[in-house]
Design a binder for this molecule. Structure first.
Ligand SMILES: [Fe+2]
Ligand SMILES: [Fe+2]
Length: 229
């Protein structure tokens, strides 16, 4: 018997005793399911949406750097970024958190204080985004006072969403994930997938493309430029 055979035999033996109880990827209740290319777990889905948000925070950081350095700013950098924040993050990603994640944790009595803060931050974020969009006009970007006001808004948004998304990724989502049965997980995965497909301006892939275009226009797309010499 080869070593591989032995290993396989041991695995089958352990499985037979119910030791290998973990559900393998692409498998639900021991029944193989067709692996859909778009299929990602609900928490991975939310985390990669945070990736889009984090790339917008980098754009916001570059815009504030330009304000401080008294360099040119195009209104479209601000409006395109803030529109993605409004439509994809605030009206979609955060709505999913508010509809599916937070209530489930509150019902289980888990992380309730954290959920209260996160909810308040969603509200605050929406107010800051409205202010950013109000200031992002070609005329508004000419005046020194309104440029400074815009930079303050962008800075406060970045300052809040860096810790907000990091806490959700490392504390909120793992705790939420642990509460879900495999059946609930699959159901939520399908719900998120359907909701994303119904988005009028495109889902995750489209948003990544849009953010990349903004990064190219503002000059922060080339990842290698961030490597220390
Ligand atoms: Fe959130
Ligand atoms: Fe989030």
């Amino acid at each position: 018997m080869t070593m591989i055979d032995t290993t396989r035999r041991q695995f089958v033996f352990a499985g037979g005793l119910g030791v290998a109880a973990a559900v393998l990827p692409g498998e639900v209740y021991g029944k193989a399911v067709k692996k859909d290319e778009d299929e990602v777990s609900p928490t991975e889905d939310l985390m990669r949406e945070h990736g889009v948000l984090r790339r917008i925070l980098l754009v916001y950081g570059e815009i504030t750097r330009r304000v401080d350095a008294k360099q040119e700013i195009k209104a479209e950098w601000v409006t395109s970024s803030a529109t993605i924040v409004r439509e994809f993050i605030e009206d979609y990603h955060e709505k999913d958190e508010e509809e599916f994640v937070f209530p489930r944790l509150q019902k289980a009595g888990k992380l309730t204080d954290l959920v209260t803060v996160l909810l308040a931050q969603h509200q605050a974020g929406r107010r800051v985004t409205a202010e950013i969009l109000r200031l992002a006009t070609p005329a508004g970007l000419k005046g020194e006072a309104s440029r400074k006001q815009l930079a303050d808004g962008l800075r406060s948004f970045v300052r809040m969403y860096e810790p907000h998304s990091a806490r959700e990724d490392t504390v909120l989502f793992p705790t939420f994930r642990a509460l879900l049965s495999e059946r609930e997980l699959k159901k939520l995965m399908d719900t998120f997938e359907d909701k994303e497909k119904a988005l009028p301006h495109g889902g995750f892939e489209k948003m990544v493309e849009e953010v990349a275009k903004i990064e190219q226009s503002i000059g922060i797309y080339d990842l290698a430029t961030f490597t220390p010499a």
